[in-house]
Design a protein around this ligand. Structure first.
Ligand SMILES: [Zn+2]
Ligand SMILES: [Zn+2]
Length: 299
């Protein structure tokens, strides 16, 4: 029996990807922290664009921590260039304040490796928004996650969904997590749309980063996943009231339970054995989703 969300501690709600006036957003770091703190979040990572035109900012948000709200220092770092010739975007949560600026010669994969070496949880952001290819994702094998939902990309350009990239990588044998983020810039109503629920014993930034790297989290737009069990024959989900509870795997492998107000579902495992992995999606009456991380059946 695998129970990936059953470890010690409680769930902490966090936004891993946000911007401020230190780069191209319109709220100050203090305002951004206050907005999320007052909005029911336990933590955020303010991840401004780590570019020379902004002076390579690593937002120092330590003064905005309270005894029930913390911040993880981080940045969205950049380098030339992806397979489509776009600038790399690499989300790095858990960087030191003195993280060395990039140079013109540093590639995206080299920069991602440097972030991981510095202790960061590294995610490949908004794959649909800037046309990330499988080759791009393969070029950064050290990435811990891909954004399965980016709220700003959804609000602004209807390209927020990263689940196709996540499933493609999983089906190719990659062991990688999926996270939902806001990527808020506050120029439109682009906050409080996608977050992670991290299981941790403490609200210390270091503990949260370790839990993220270990995949002890799920992602959400609203619904809650209370428990997830995978036995040798079925997957059992306990959640907030849902209209659909779905398990997805390699290719077209899927199983689902539909009906109003469901708080639990037991789905058969047989379709997922060949691919070797599954992940769970919970959809509520309003169409909002929660996404578990993938579970590998041979673990
Ligand atoms: Zn970006
Ligand atoms: Zn961003």
């Amino acid at each position: 029996m695998q129970e990936p969300l059953s470890g010690p501690g409680r769930f902490f709600r966090g936004n891993l990807h946000t911007h401020s006036t230190l780069s191209d957003a319109i709220r100050s770091p203090e305002d951004v922290c206050a907005l999320y703190r007052d909005g029911g979040y336990d933590f955020i990572s303010l991840t401004d664009h780590f570019l020379p035109k902004y002076g390579f900012p690593i937002a120092d948000t330590r003064d905005f921590r309270t005894n029930r709200f913390t911040t993880i220092l981080g940045a969205e770092v950049h380098a030339p260039s992806t397979e489509l010739g776009e600038m790399w975007h690499i989300l790095s949560v858990g960087l030191p304040l003195d993280f060395e600026p990039t140079t013109a010669a540093e590639t995206g994969p080299e920069l991602a490796a440097r972030c991981v070496a510095a202790g960061a949880f590294v995610a490949l952001p908004h794959p649909a928004w800037n046309g990330m290819t499988v080759g791009d994702a393969d070029a950064i094998p050290c990435a811990h996650a891909v954004e399965l939902y980016n709220h700003t990309s959804h609000v602004e350009e209807d390209r927020g969904d990263g689940t196709v990239m996540l499933d493609t990588l999983l089906s190719r044998g990659r062991r990688i997590w999926g996270c939902a983020t806001d990527d808020a810039h506050f120029k439109r109503n682009d906050w409080f749309g996608g977050w992670v629920m991290v299981k941790s014993e403490t609200l210390e930034p270091e503990a949260l980063v370790e839990a993220l790297k270990a995949g002890r989290f799920y992602s959400s737009q609203g619904p809650e996943i209370h428990a997830l069990q995978v036995s040798s024959t079925e997957v059992i989900v306990e959640c907030s009231p849902a209209s659909s509870i779905i398990a997805l795997g390699r290719g077209s492998a899927g199983a689902f339970s539909t009906g109003p107000g469901q708080r639990t579902a037991r789905l058969p495992l047989d379709k997922f054995r060949k691919g070797g992995w599954l992940r769970v999606v919970v959809v509520d009456e309003a169409g909002r989703r929660a996404w578990s991380n993938p579970v590998w059946l041979d673990d």
